[in-house]
Design a protein. Structure first.
Length: 339
Protein backbone atom coordinates (compact mmCIF):
# COMPACT_ATOMS: atom_id res chain seq x y z
CA UNK A 1 0.00 0.00 0.00
CA UNK A 2 1.60 3.21 -1.11
CA UNK A 3 0.24 6.71 -1.31
CA UNK A 4 0.69 8.62 -4.56
CA UNK A 5 2.78 11.74 -4.21
CA UNK A 6 2.71 11.58 -0.38
CA UNK A 7 4.72 14.77 0.10
CA UNK A 8 1.93 16.92 -1.36
CA UNK A 9 -1.28 14.97 -0.67
CA UNK A 10 -0.91 13.74 2.90
CA UNK A 11 -1.21 15.90 6.02
CA UNK A 12 2.16 15.02 7.54
CA UNK A 13 3.54 17.43 10.10
CA UNK A 14 6.85 18.97 8.96
CA UNK A 15 9.65 16.41 9.21
CA UNK A 16 12.77 17.74 10.94
CA UNK A 17 16.34 16.51 10.69
CA UNK A 18 16.29 16.03 14.46
CA UNK A 19 13.40 13.58 14.18
CA UNK A 20 15.35 11.56 11.61
CA UNK A 21 18.41 11.61 13.90
CA UNK A 22 16.30 10.55 16.90
CA UNK A 23 15.33 7.44 14.91
CA UNK A 24 18.97 6.62 14.11
CA UNK A 25 20.13 3.42 15.80
CA UNK A 26 23.04 5.18 17.49
CA UNK A 27 20.65 7.71 19.09
CA UNK A 28 18.19 5.34 20.74
CA UNK A 29 20.14 2.11 21.24
CA UNK A 30 22.14 3.19 24.33
CA UNK A 31 18.90 3.93 26.19
CA UNK A 32 17.00 0.80 25.10
CA UNK A 33 19.83 -1.68 24.64
CA UNK A 34 18.50 -4.08 27.32
CA UNK A 35 15.30 -4.37 25.28
CA UNK A 36 17.02 -5.16 21.98
CA UNK A 37 18.86 -8.19 20.56
CA UNK A 38 22.61 -8.02 21.15
CA UNK A 39 24.35 -5.48 18.91
CA UNK A 40 27.53 -3.43 18.78
CA UNK A 41 28.00 0.02 17.25
CA UNK A 42 31.17 1.11 15.49
CA UNK A 43 31.58 4.87 14.83
CA UNK A 44 32.66 5.43 11.25
CA UNK A 45 35.42 7.78 10.10
CA UNK A 46 35.05 10.07 7.10
CA UNK A 47 37.50 7.84 5.23
CA UNK A 48 35.23 4.82 5.70
CA UNK A 49 32.12 6.79 4.69
CA UNK A 50 34.01 7.96 1.59
CA UNK A 51 34.81 4.32 0.82
CA UNK A 52 31.12 3.39 1.03
CA UNK A 53 30.25 6.30 -1.25
CA UNK A 54 32.93 5.54 -3.82
CA UNK A 55 32.09 3.93 -7.15
CA UNK A 56 32.91 0.30 -7.75
CA UNK A 57 33.53 -2.45 -5.24
CA UNK A 58 37.09 -2.86 -4.03
CA UNK A 59 37.60 -5.17 -1.05
CA UNK A 60 40.59 -5.59 1.27
CA UNK A 61 42.77 -8.57 0.30
CA UNK A 62 41.69 -11.82 1.87
CA UNK A 63 44.14 -14.28 3.40
CA UNK A 64 45.25 -16.59 0.60
CA UNK A 65 46.70 -20.08 0.71
CA UNK A 66 50.50 -20.32 0.59
CA UNK A 67 51.44 -23.69 -0.90
CA UNK A 68 55.05 -23.46 0.31
CA UNK A 69 54.25 -23.65 4.00
CA UNK A 70 50.54 -24.59 4.00
CA UNK A 71 49.87 -21.37 5.85
CA UNK A 72 48.18 -18.16 4.86
CA UNK A 73 49.64 -14.90 3.67
CA UNK A 74 48.30 -11.59 2.39
CA UNK A 75 48.39 -10.96 -1.34
CA UNK A 76 50.73 -8.00 -1.44
CA UNK A 77 49.84 -7.25 -5.07
CA UNK A 78 46.28 -6.23 -4.22
CA UNK A 79 45.34 -2.70 -3.31
CA UNK A 80 43.94 -2.51 0.21
CA UNK A 81 41.24 0.15 0.75
CA UNK A 82 41.21 -0.58 4.49
CA UNK A 83 44.64 1.07 4.82
CA UNK A 84 42.67 4.33 5.10
CA UNK A 85 40.65 2.99 8.07
CA UNK A 86 42.68 0.18 9.71
CA UNK A 87 41.17 0.66 13.19
CA UNK A 88 37.64 0.22 11.88
CA UNK A 89 38.66 -2.85 9.85
CA UNK A 90 40.17 -4.48 12.94
CA UNK A 91 37.21 -3.48 15.11
CA UNK A 92 34.79 -5.08 12.66
CA UNK A 93 36.76 -8.33 12.67
CA UNK A 94 37.00 -8.43 16.48
CA UNK A 95 33.29 -7.61 16.84
CA UNK A 96 32.33 -10.47 14.54
CA UNK A 97 34.33 -12.80 16.77
CA UNK A 98 32.83 -11.29 19.93
CA UNK A 99 29.29 -11.86 18.64
CA UNK A 100 29.83 -15.53 17.87
CA UNK A 101 31.25 -15.40 14.35
CA UNK A 102 28.05 -14.36 12.52
CA UNK A 103 26.55 -10.87 12.37
CA UNK A 104 23.92 -8.90 10.47
CA UNK A 105 25.00 -5.37 9.46
CA UNK A 106 23.14 -2.09 9.05
CA UNK A 107 23.90 1.63 9.08
CA UNK A 108 22.12 4.28 11.13
CA UNK A 109 18.68 3.54 9.68
CA UNK A 110 18.83 0.90 6.98
CA UNK A 111 19.95 -2.68 6.53
CA UNK A 112 21.19 -3.86 3.10
CA UNK A 113 18.19 -6.14 2.55
CA UNK A 114 18.17 -5.29 -1.14
CA UNK A 115 21.71 -6.59 -1.65
CA UNK A 116 21.32 -10.20 -0.52
CA UNK A 117 21.52 -11.22 -4.20
CA UNK A 118 25.28 -10.71 -3.99
CA UNK A 119 25.65 -12.89 -0.87
CA UNK A 120 26.57 -16.56 -1.30
CA UNK A 121 23.90 -17.40 1.31
CA UNK A 122 21.24 -15.03 -0.10
CA UNK A 123 20.76 -13.39 3.28
CA UNK A 124 22.40 -10.67 5.37
CA UNK A 125 24.38 -12.98 7.64
CA UNK A 126 28.10 -12.14 7.47
CA UNK A 127 31.10 -14.05 8.79
CA UNK A 128 33.86 -11.77 7.50
CA UNK A 129 34.50 -8.05 7.18
CA UNK A 130 34.58 -8.36 3.39
CA UNK A 131 31.11 -9.88 3.34
CA UNK A 132 29.90 -6.82 5.25
CA UNK A 133 31.59 -4.40 2.85
CA UNK A 134 30.17 -6.25 -0.14
CA UNK A 135 26.60 -5.96 1.18
CA UNK A 136 26.95 -2.31 2.19
CA UNK A 137 28.45 -1.20 -1.13
CA UNK A 138 25.87 -3.13 -3.18
CA UNK A 139 22.80 -1.71 -1.42
CA UNK A 140 20.59 1.16 -2.57
CA UNK A 141 19.13 1.27 0.95
CA UNK A 142 22.59 2.04 2.34
CA UNK A 143 23.12 4.66 -0.37
CA UNK A 144 19.92 6.34 0.81
CA UNK A 145 21.30 6.56 4.36
CA UNK A 146 24.48 8.11 2.99
CA UNK A 147 23.05 10.53 0.45
CA UNK A 148 19.39 11.17 1.23
CA UNK A 149 18.97 10.85 4.97
CA UNK A 150 17.10 14.15 5.22
CA UNK A 151 14.99 13.95 2.06
CA UNK A 152 11.64 15.62 2.71
CA UNK A 153 12.90 17.42 5.82
CA UNK A 154 12.53 21.15 6.42
CA UNK A 155 16.19 21.35 7.50
CA UNK A 156 19.38 19.31 7.52
CA UNK A 157 22.16 18.27 9.89
CA UNK A 158 25.44 16.41 10.16
CA UNK A 159 25.14 12.65 10.53
CA UNK A 160 27.46 10.76 12.89
CA UNK A 161 27.54 7.56 10.86
CA UNK A 162 27.74 4.23 12.67
CA UNK A 163 27.99 0.62 11.55
CA UNK A 164 25.64 -1.60 13.55
CA UNK A 165 26.57 -5.27 13.86
CA UNK A 166 23.85 -7.43 15.34
CA UNK A 167 24.47 -10.92 16.62
CA UNK A 168 22.87 -13.27 14.13
CA UNK A 169 20.00 -15.38 15.40
CA UNK A 170 17.12 -17.35 13.90
CA UNK A 171 14.37 -14.75 13.55
CA UNK A 172 10.89 -15.92 12.59
CA UNK A 173 9.55 -13.10 10.36
CA UNK A 174 5.93 -14.02 11.11
CA UNK A 175 6.47 -12.69 14.65
CA UNK A 176 7.67 -9.20 13.67
CA UNK A 177 5.26 -6.29 13.97
CA UNK A 178 5.29 -2.59 13.06
CA UNK A 179 3.67 -0.20 15.51
CA UNK A 180 2.52 3.39 14.94
CA UNK A 181 2.61 6.10 17.59
CA UNK A 182 0.82 9.42 17.05
CA UNK A 183 0.72 12.16 19.68
CA UNK A 184 2.40 9.83 22.18
CA UNK A 185 -0.35 7.20 21.79
CA UNK A 186 -0.07 3.76 20.19
CA UNK A 187 -2.79 3.80 17.52
CA UNK A 188 -2.07 0.88 15.18
CA UNK A 189 -0.13 -2.38 14.78
CA UNK A 190 0.51 -4.49 11.67
CA UNK A 191 2.44 -7.65 10.92
CA UNK A 192 5.58 -7.00 8.88
CA UNK A 193 5.80 -10.18 6.79
CA UNK A 194 3.14 -9.89 4.10
CA UNK A 195 1.98 -13.51 4.13
CA UNK A 196 -1.00 -15.14 5.82
CA UNK A 197 -0.22 -16.92 9.09
CA UNK A 198 -3.32 -18.54 10.53
CA UNK A 199 -1.84 -19.03 14.01
CA UNK A 200 -1.42 -15.26 14.51
CA UNK A 201 -5.17 -14.68 14.77
CA UNK A 202 -5.38 -16.64 18.02
CA UNK A 203 -2.47 -14.65 19.46
CA UNK A 204 -3.56 -11.18 18.32
CA UNK A 205 -5.22 -10.03 21.56
CA UNK A 206 -2.34 -11.25 23.72
CA UNK A 207 0.27 -9.70 21.41
CA UNK A 208 -1.63 -6.41 21.35
CA UNK A 209 -1.63 -6.24 25.14
CA UNK A 210 2.07 -7.10 25.34
CA UNK A 211 2.99 -4.46 22.76
CA UNK A 212 0.90 -1.82 24.54
CA UNK A 213 2.61 -2.64 27.85
CA UNK A 214 6.00 -2.55 26.18
CA UNK A 215 5.28 0.86 24.69
CA UNK A 216 4.07 2.30 28.01
CA UNK A 217 6.99 0.84 29.97
CA UNK A 218 9.82 1.46 27.51
CA UNK A 219 9.07 3.95 24.74
CA UNK A 220 6.68 6.41 26.39
CA UNK A 221 9.50 8.93 26.79
CA UNK A 222 10.82 8.77 23.21
CA UNK A 223 11.64 12.41 22.33
CA UNK A 224 9.18 12.67 19.41
CA UNK A 225 5.39 12.47 19.73
CA UNK A 226 5.05 10.69 16.36
CA UNK A 227 7.16 7.70 15.32
CA UNK A 228 6.95 4.02 14.43
CA UNK A 229 8.74 1.08 15.97
CA UNK A 230 9.28 -2.58 15.08
CA UNK A 231 9.12 -5.40 17.63
CA UNK A 232 9.72 -9.13 17.70
CA UNK A 233 7.85 -11.52 20.00
CA UNK A 234 9.59 -14.92 19.83
CA UNK A 235 8.29 -18.11 21.46
CA UNK A 236 7.20 -18.60 24.18
CA UNK A 237 5.86 -15.08 23.51
CA UNK A 238 6.65 -13.77 26.95
CA UNK A 239 9.01 -10.98 25.96
CA UNK A 240 8.87 -8.15 23.42
CA UNK A 241 12.13 -7.19 21.73
CA UNK A 242 12.69 -3.78 20.16
CA UNK A 243 14.13 -4.21 16.66
CA UNK A 244 14.02 -0.70 15.22
CA UNK A 245 12.57 2.80 15.47
CA UNK A 246 11.45 4.47 12.24
CA UNK A 247 10.50 8.02 11.26
CA UNK A 248 6.91 9.20 11.07
CA UNK A 249 7.40 10.02 7.42
CA UNK A 250 6.46 8.71 3.93
CA UNK A 251 9.77 6.82 3.72
CA UNK A 252 8.49 4.34 6.33
CA UNK A 253 6.30 1.61 4.84
CA UNK A 254 2.84 1.58 6.54
CA UNK A 255 2.37 -2.04 5.35
CA UNK A 256 -1.29 -3.09 5.92
CA UNK A 257 -2.34 0.50 6.61
CA UNK A 258 -2.13 3.58 4.43
CA UNK A 259 -0.53 6.76 5.68
CA UNK A 260 -3.80 8.60 5.06
CA UNK A 261 -5.54 6.24 7.51
CA UNK A 262 -2.83 6.69 10.13
CA UNK A 263 -2.78 10.47 9.79
CA UNK A 264 -6.55 10.89 10.00
CA UNK A 265 -7.45 8.12 12.46
CA UNK A 266 -9.64 9.30 15.35
CA UNK A 267 -7.71 10.35 18.44
CA UNK A 268 -7.90 7.79 21.29
CA UNK A 269 -10.22 9.34 23.87
CA UNK A 270 -10.05 7.00 26.85
CA UNK A 271 -7.82 4.52 28.61
CA UNK A 272 -9.77 1.58 27.18
CA UNK A 273 -8.71 2.39 23.62
CA UNK A 274 -7.27 -0.62 21.81
CA UNK A 275 -5.00 0.02 18.81
CA UNK A 276 -6.15 -1.52 15.56
CA UNK A 277 -4.09 -4.65 14.90
CA UNK A 278 -4.09 -5.81 11.28
CA UNK A 279 -3.04 -9.23 10.04
CA UNK A 280 -2.98 -10.59 6.51
CA UNK A 281 -6.27 -12.40 5.90
CA UNK A 282 -6.31 -15.69 4.02
CA UNK A 283 -7.92 -14.08 0.96
CA UNK A 284 -5.88 -10.86 1.01
CA UNK A 285 -3.78 -10.22 -2.12
CA UNK A 286 -0.74 -9.91 0.18
CA UNK A 287 -1.20 -13.54 1.22
CA UNK A 288 -0.13 -14.69 -2.25
CA UNK A 289 3.09 -12.74 -2.49
CA UNK A 290 5.24 -15.33 -0.72
CA UNK A 291 6.62 -16.63 -4.02
CA UNK A 292 7.56 -13.17 -5.33
CA UNK A 293 11.20 -12.15 -5.29
CA UNK A 294 11.72 -9.18 -2.98
CA UNK A 295 13.73 -6.28 -4.39
CA UNK A 296 13.55 -8.00 -7.80
CA UNK A 297 15.29 -5.07 -9.46
CA UNK A 298 18.51 -6.16 -7.77
CA UNK A 299 19.68 -9.31 -9.54
CA UNK A 300 22.99 -10.76 -10.60
CA UNK A 301 23.78 -13.20 -13.43
CA UNK A 302 23.71 -16.81 -12.25
CA UNK A 303 27.35 -17.44 -13.15
CA UNK A 304 28.40 -14.64 -10.81
CA UNK A 305 26.33 -16.05 -7.94
CA UNK A 306 27.70 -19.54 -8.57
CA UNK A 307 31.25 -18.17 -8.41
CA UNK A 308 30.61 -16.96 -4.87
CA UNK A 309 29.91 -20.52 -3.72
CA UNK A 310 33.44 -21.81 -4.41
CA UNK A 311 36.61 -21.49 -2.28
CA UNK A 312 38.16 -18.09 -2.87
CA UNK A 313 35.00 -17.26 -4.73
CA UNK A 314 34.58 -13.70 -3.51
CA UNK A 315 37.63 -12.49 -5.44
CA UNK A 316 36.56 -14.46 -8.53
CA UNK A 317 33.03 -13.10 -8.15
CA UNK A 318 34.21 -9.51 -8.09
CA UNK A 319 36.40 -10.04 -11.15
CA UNK A 320 33.41 -11.51 -12.99
CA UNK A 321 31.20 -8.66 -11.77
CA UNK A 322 33.71 -6.15 -13.16
CA UNK A 323 33.70 -7.94 -16.52
CA UNK A 324 29.88 -7.81 -16.58
CA UNK A 325 29.90 -4.08 -15.83
CA UNK A 326 32.63 -3.38 -18.41
CA UNK A 327 30.68 -5.31 -21.02
CA UNK A 328 27.50 -3.34 -20.27
CA UNK A 329 29.42 -0.04 -20.47
CA UNK A 330 30.85 -1.06 -23.84
CA UNK A 331 27.40 -2.04 -25.14
CA UNK A 332 25.98 1.30 -23.96
CA UNK A 333 28.76 3.16 -25.75
CA UNK A 334 28.18 1.21 -28.95
CA UNK A 335 24.44 1.91 -28.73
CA UNK A 336 25.09 5.65 -28.32
CA UNK A 337 27.47 5.66 -31.29
CA UNK A 338 24.97 3.77 -33.44
CA UNK A 339 22.26 6.25 -32.47
Amino acid sequence: MTDSNPHTTLPFPPTTAQHILNCSFHSWHPKYRTKTPKARLIPLSQAFVDYLRSDGIMLPPEATRNDDDSGYSDDEDEEDPSEAWPEIHEKIKSTIAELGGKVVPKLNWSAPKDATWISSTNDMECRTANEIYLLLKSSDFISHDLEQAFDGCIDTAEVPYHLVLRKSFNLNPSLEFRCFVRDKKLIAITQREMNHFDFLFGLRSDFSLKIEEFFEDTLHDFPDPNFTFDVYIPPPHERVWLIDINPWAPRTDPLLFSWLELLTMDEPEDEDFVPEFRLVQRDDPEAYQFSATKYSAHKLPKDVVDASMTPGGMKDMMEEWKRVMDREDQEDSETEEAG
